[in-house]
Design a protein around this ligand. Sequence first.
Ligand code: ADP
Length: 749
Amino acid sequence: MTQNNPGNIAVITSGGDAPGMNAAVRAVVRTALTRGVNVFAVQNGYRGMVAGGENIRQMVWESVGGILQLGGTVLGTARSDEFRTRDGRRTAAKNLVENDIDRLVVIGGDGSLTGANIFRQEWPDLLAELVDQDQISQELAQAHPNLFLVGLVGSIDNDMFGTDMTIGADTALHRITEAIDALSSTATSHHRTFIVEVMGRHCGYLALMGGIATGADWVLIPENPPEEEDWESEMCRALKSGREIGRQHSIVVIAEGAHDRDGNPITSEYTKQVLEDKLGEEVRITILGHVQRGGAPSAFDRYLGTVQGYAAVDELLQSVPEDEPKLVGIRQHGVVRSSLMECVVQTQEVANVIHAQDFETALSMRGGSFAESYRIFRTILRSHPKPPETGDRQLRLAILNAGGLSPGMNAAARAAVRLGMDKGHTFLAVRRGFHGLVQGDISQLDWMSVSGWVSRGGAGLGTSRHIPNGRDFYAIAKNLESHQVDGLLIIGGWAGYEAAYELFNRRNDFASFNIPIVCLPTSIDNNLPGSELSIGADTALNNIVTNVDKIKQSAVASRRCFVVEVMGRDCGYLALFGGLATGAEKAYIPEEQITIAELQEDVAGLIEGFKSGKRLGLMIRNEKAGGLYDSSFISTLFEQAGGDLFDVRQAILGHIQQGGNPSPFDRIQATRLASQSIEFLLSEVTKPNPAAAMIGLRGGEIEFTSIYDFPRLIEPGFQRAKDQWWLRLRSIAETMDQTPKTANQNNSE
Ligand code: ADP
């Protein structure tokens, strides 16, 4: 079989269900159809593959319409003992080959992928046996001598080697965070302690990240059991001292697989007993259970499923028999392909390493930012206001927000203040951004001023888009001097970066500007240089996705096209990613011109679609894309062209996008970046020419870029970075949403 003559593709979901699996199924089906390959779906996991018949169905374009926003898997999943036997797998092979299927995308956990690999290895023999038994013809067997296999990891546990994130983990983290936020408010009212048990099998990812995202007081994970002999007393001491500093409640998060250093399970019941005995107060347990698997997938899981499903098909179509099967995962936003079995073996190895009580290796094998996050969490957890180390000077660090409001600003401020005060330094709050710095609206923060900020939307310090000019600099210099500011942390967007650059350029004029400065990227627009992602963009995307889901539902009874306008200023990130995650047909972004010819083409596409049965159209437009061809213009144009065929509604999402509590991702990254920013300020402060820098995320790692480079890294005349990695996803968005001419149209999304 060559690349030019591929057999049919089948996609299957297996093992535990995970939100985002549907996005992957949709992407596999649509990419295969776009590439001109027949594609089948196997229902009910391996049980369906063995049972055959109706369980193996050919898919058309509309078969996967309207599934992007659904939780679980529309294909169903089931455990299958038959597939564990050779007889069962032989029957499964027969069912596939009879449909000319010899390419398989398996979406599941390590168990499902192991099973798939065995099946692939046995394939030639299974077909030979089927020929011997006269169950299939020699010709059929010869036409499909190999089974090509690609695995995607669908699992809420985020426990798999070969990918930074598994499909479903981000959504589970959303559920956990929502639940702990809700518990925190009742716990606060009663000054109570709650134990929250979360899923994750051998993996502590959900517990650790859930703990960071909610500001929990203690976390117990399998990878790093408590080091102290008497960890129970240590935990109680930490909770008690939290209360003494002023905390109103305590939350302990326990991973279901938690155990002590001897491998004895640490159960919620045991922990409750310990806390009640030692603290003398009533403790409540909440076991989150299957709620964590449920609900609509997050924006990230829709993205993850989509890009991985797309890559899986391309991988299958390029495979030659000598290739070993691949696992398609994600690293640094990009899709990566690794040896499937190597990943399975390494994943199982982590469990072995934990079993052998080699916890250091277990932590490092989790990869990504797991170990770093764990360290930060431990530091924040144990932090309390302290005097500086002997010999160190107590520093005065000022902190302010600047630019548009972005969810996560508070989370960053909280982490910075807590970590800095733990090292004995003083924090000054500058209110309302650079307005406050000009006007001297500066006051000292205490430990409890940032209490609860990790989960709170808005900006506790206030923010403004004011960029200092003229006499402002003199006033700023005076205020920095009179408050003896040793370092400045700007948590903000474009205005903050421009302002930092202006201060940096005037260092020769004003001695008090010669202090370390860090710009921490917070902007829903994701338009800042020096970072691939800015804090707040993930929350905004989730706001877009949830609201567009509702808008789409409102159109069930009519044939309607929505033109949804999203924010982003000069940057199309929210529009393109929002389009990917909501299944829009088109994303209009400011990086590209919109011509009247293109709009006419889009109208023609809509007319053709609605004529052949489409019920819903969805276009996402960035607020500045197209200039004069704004959302009203486009809506009117489409409405006129639609005539009786379809109507058009415009929806401007507006400030909803900036609102609400930050997503878990934004909270976690804000905490990481703030922690590193404080380290940076402290290390620069003693230098004669301290740096002014932008902190950012690149490939999942944290890096600093001098503010001196700001003008060089931005697109002249626009508020956006020159390097925009996400533009590469344009072609994937187009493949998903623009029905190939050959396929049937029914439902756009
Ligand atoms: P997960 O994929 O989430 O790890 P399981 O371990 O339950 O879930 O595996 C799902 C299904 O995959 C099983 O019901 C079984 O049919 C198949 N499977 C798992 N391991 C094997 C194996 N070693 N050999 C054959 N099939 C397997």
